[in-house]
Design a protein around this ligand. Structure first.
Ligand SMILES: [Zn+2]
Length: 255
């Protein structure tokens, strides 16, 4: 298949992506409910198959199977908070000692689950405004599909490269390669009005502790001044606590 020969007009892209959305929502209870935290690899597998049929006539899956002897695999990541998706060409040694390759597409369920809902700012993925998490999931999947298509056709893929941008624009109408999904850090900052560097208090084994937020990931890392803790670069001693963000209360600086 000549990937660079594809020039989908906007109506074709709109019709194709709507068909994928309708079929995916129809077939998956989780996607229908919009429960992206519960998304499973089989939801991604289904969506990929729909895209492959709709936009590539089944070439992606077929070519991947020819090359590796394996179907493309899928993974849902609850931990990816920076990348929205990831396409990788992976391998492991088989029982005969030979390398066995496969392609894998992973999507962050976490970013999809935290980026939408009441009060959330507008989110663009691949340059396109996403009204809901399903739209964002589709744009992420399309981006990873372009990586896979490039890999299958040329043996390498970089979204910073010109060829990638040309294909993403012609096949899916993407105008950018980045996403603006809302990280847990941003979400926490908005929802709970807490941010790195801020003083917070929280309950720990029946005591109320006060400290400063050092980092926000799945939980916030809060440094509480404690003579028994290790010395930090500011010369003071702290103990580190990992606290779920919703348990933090803004506090004033401790004197
Ligand atoms: Zn990329």
């Amino acid at each position: 298949m000549d990937i660079l020969a594809i020039h989908n007009p906007p109506e074709t892209i709109a019709a194709g992506t709507t068909a994928v959305r309708d079929a995916a929502v129809n077939a998956s209870e989780r996607l229908r409910r919009g429960d992206f935290a519960a998304m499973r690899a089989q939801d991604l597998e289904l969506m990929f198959a729909l895209y492959d049929r709709e936009f590539f006539g089944g070439w992606l899956g077929e070519r991947a199977r020819q090359e590796t002897g394996q179907d493309v695999r899928f993974a849902v990541s609850g931990r990816m908070t920076r990348a929205g998706g990831k396409m990788s060409h992976r391998w492991r040694r088989g029982p005969d000692g030979r390398k066995q390759y496969w392609y894998e597409i992973a999507i962050s369920s976490r970013l999809l689950a935290t980026s939408f809902g009441e009060g959330a700012r507008p989110v663009k993925v691949c340059g396109l405004l996403c009204p809901d998490a399903m739209a964002a999931l589709q744009r992420l999947m399309e981006h990873e599909i372009v990586h896979l298509a490039e890999f299958l056709a040329w043996g390498e893929s970089r979204c910073g490269g010109r060829r990638f941008k040309v294909i993403a624009a012609r096949v899916f109408g993407h105008t950018d390669t980045k996403h603006e999904l809302i990280s847990p850090r941003e979400r926490a900052a908005v929802e709970h009005r807490v941010a790195v560097g801020q003083w917070v208090s929280f309950g720990f084994r029946g005591r109320a502790l006060t400290g400063r937020i050092n980092r926000i990931h799945r939980r916030a890392t809060v440094l509480v001044e404690d003579a028994r803790g290790p010395r930090y670069t500011d010369g003071r001693r702290y103990r580190k606590y990992y606290v779920p963000v919703h348990e933090l209360q803004p506090a004033s600086a401790k004197g």
